[in-house]
Design a protein around this ligand. Structure first.
Ligand code: 0RA
Length: 641
């Protein structure tokens, strides 16, 4: 008998080792990357398990602690991971959960789990990618303990003593053999944990950072859920009605939870989630929501006679001007599609969300005439502005029209026509633009110089935006339209590279350009088409030998190297204050030649976070803007192209 068990155990452990090996060999397959994103993903993975326990109704407090050594503790007051022996696997449940890929409730569809997309790979992945991991389970009146090293059990299940309550605590230290970045970013963690607290009303999530003295502690608990989420998103805005509209309904096994509020600005901020996962790329739930919103607002406008005089209907964009909305649906078997697997594909969800929103939002508006009037007036004025913009466009169409296909005069286009091969440099200032035009490879590189500060699109309506010459030049050069009319497949370049001076003004212009792309051509960011050029900050030369430095330490290193050389001649350090100080050949070699340059790809990790950051720019205060410019680096991930 003992023999049989041993054999089974061996077979089991071979499977386990194979699984762990697969994860350690190709970590990117499981957690996306081994840099900053992947490192943070480990925390989300463990927290998601606690959230699942909260969704099942057994947990209302979750704690996350970043320790001094950047190890992480996640603790919850749920039922505790089962510790009894699995009947066929002959291992404790907790050991299976931590050592077997996809173990634990994967086929249990009785609750909506946080799974799918990049999430839901299981805590065993975290274990496999941790230098060490310890788990403490309080369950059945006892405190249990296990420890692992790189996914392998080093301390089998033992009982430490009695336990009064129940819960699970996991502490792990990401493996430096796997990760290229080991330091946790406080605000990245805080942003996601706050989001989870909004999405799971009543669950208290506490974040503690022990790397600072005294430790920083923040607790997120929102009894109001999505209503509080929308109020928080609008915290620096002027709402058109005091309370967000909110409704929740379950239909055909799909749970629809929504809150929305209009504010007096011109942008739309709609965030959608499926089973707690941010669906950046939208999908069927968003499509259903938009259709119902447009219909409902049009009905309300007709009922209030607001559209009698105007002989046009309200477009979807009109109905969403100034809208802040969070839509969270729970689906049992979500299908995620799209480039980043954050687009909901389930076709049945579209009709369900459409019906729920039609009915519930329709009812609300019928009962609230004052709110309805404010929303309808806003949409009608958006429609008028859209009409005015259309007429203005028609007037200028012959000269520089947006749709005529006439390219802007300032654009030096490239000769190739395959967008996949082509790139456009949007360059600050005519003088740098001139150097770029001379220095470029004209076969695939186009140059568009723009004047200093472009319009702040965060604060302007579409008609004013389209009236701005610099912006029209950018739109026509890219050739893919804006907002709802934007068509990614029409983009004339697959690399749009922003090249501004390495000073505060340059950073400001880059920020304005990013705001513009974020608001008007978000798909370009999502597709990864937007880049930031990295011109050198210094030239270090001695005689004929020269180096370009992109940071101060790099400058010092080159200066030292040249200084230690033959001992003859003077080391000359030049600081570039602007792109204009480089001649065309230097600009090509340092910043534009694909063989040697570095460009940073702009990413849209989290639209909620991005939007909050862009908002900081709106105010006239200097401090938030300075902060933004510093934080701007968080949008970009290093990429050599
Ligand atoms: C499987 C089954 C049960 C709970 C859990 C897993 C569980 C996992 C984690 C991970 C972190 N915290 C957790 N809390 C619970 C339920 C077993 C039962 O019926 O009591």
């Amino acid at each position: 008998m003992a023999n049989v068990t041993e054999k089974q155990y061996d077979a089991q452990s071979i499977q386990v080792l194979k699984g762990l090996e697969a994860v350690r060999k190709r970590p990117g397959m499981y957690i996306g990357s081994t840099s900053e994103n992947g490192l943070h993903h480990l925390v989300y993975e463990v927290v998601d398990n606690s959230i699942d326990e909260a969704l099942a109704g057994f947990c209302d407090a979750i704690g996350v602690t970043v320790h001094k050594d950047n190890s992480i503790t996640v603790t919850d007051n749920g039922r505790g991971i089962p510790v009894d022996l699995h009947p066929t696997e002959k291992l404790p449940g907790v050991e299976l959960a931590l050592t077997v890929l996809h173990a634990g409730g994967k086929f249990d569809k009785s609750t909506y789990k946080v799974s799918g997309g990049l999430h839901g790979v299981g805590v065993s992945v975290v274990n496999a990618l941790s230098e060490r991991l310890e788990v403490v389970v309080d369950r059945g009146g006892k405190r249990h303990h296990m420890a692992f090293v790189r996914g392998r059990t080093t301390k089998p299940l033992s009982v430490l003593g009695p336990a009064k309550a129940t819960g699970t605590t996991v502490r792990f230290k990401p493996d430096p053999e796997i990760f290229t970045v080991l330091e946790y970013n406080y605000s990245t963690l805080a942003d996601r944990l706050r989001q989870l607290a909004f999405l799971n009303a009543g669950v208290r999530i506490t974040l503690t950072d022990e790397r600072v003295d005294p430790a920083r502690v923040e607790a997120f608990l929102y009894k109001g859920g999505l209503v509080e989420f929308v109020s928080w998103l609008n915290r620096n805005k002027k709402p058109l009605h005091p309370k967000p509209v909110a409704f929740r309904a379950v239909k055909d096994d799909v749970e629809v939870d929504c809150a929305l509020q209009y504010e007096d600005g011109y942008n739309e901020n709609t965030f959608t989630f499926v089973n707690n996962i941010n669906t950046h790329e939208g999908g069927t739930h968003l499509t259903g929501f938009k259709a119902a919103l447009t219909r409902t607002i049009n009905e309300a406008a007709k009922a209030s006679n607001a559209l009698k005089k105007a002989d046009f209907t309200l477009s979807g964009e009109d109905a969403r001007e100034g809208l802040t909305c969070v839509l969270h649906v729970k689906v049992r078997e979500p299908q995620f599609e799209g480039q980043t697997k954050t687009k909901l594909g389930n076709s049945e969800v579209e009709g369900i969300v459409r019906q729920v929103v039609n009915e519930r939002l329709g009812n609300f508006l019928e009962e609230q005439p004052a709110v309805t009037r404010a929303i309808v007036e806003k949409a009608v004025s958006a429609a008028r502005a859209r009409e005015a913009a259309r007429k203005a466009r028609e007037l200028v169409r012959k000269k520089s029209g947006l749709e005529s296909g006439v390219l802007p005069g300032k654009l030096a286009d490239c000769s190739l026509s395959d967008p996949a091969l082509c790139e456009i440099y949007i360059v600050e200032g005519d003088s740098a633009g001139g150097s770029a035009k001379q220095g470029r490879d004209r076969s695939f590189q186009a140059i568009l110089p723009i004047k200093g500060k472009i319009l702040n699109v965060e604060r302007a309506r579409i008609d004013k935006i389209l009236g701005n010459d610099e912006i029209r030049a950018i739109i026509t050069a890219i050739g893919a339209g804006v907002r709802d009319d934007f068509k990614l497949e029409d983009a004339r370049y697959h690399k749009i590279i922003l090249m501004t001076d390495a000073d505060v003004d340059g950073a400001h212009i880059r920020t304005l350009l990013l705001t513009f792309f974020f608001r008007q051509m978000q798909e370009l960011i999502e597709a990864g088409y937007i880049y930031i050029a990295q011109p050198p900050l210094f030239r270090v030369a001695k005689g004929k030998e020269e180096y370009y430095a992109y940071s101060e330490p790099e400058r010092d290193e080159y200066a030292k190297r040249l200084g230690n050389g033959d001992g003859k001649g003077q080391v000359h350090v030049q600081r570039y204050k602007g792109l204009g100080e480089m001649n065309p050949d230097q600009l090509w070699r340092t910043t534009m030649d694909p063989a040697t340059r570095t460009v940073l790809r702009v990413t849209m990790e989290d639209a909620v976070e991005a939007s909050a950051l862009f908002e900081k720019l709106m105010g006239d205060e200097v401090e938030p803007r300075r902060e933004f410019i510093e934080q701007n680096a968080r949008y970009v991930s290093n990429l050599d192209v």
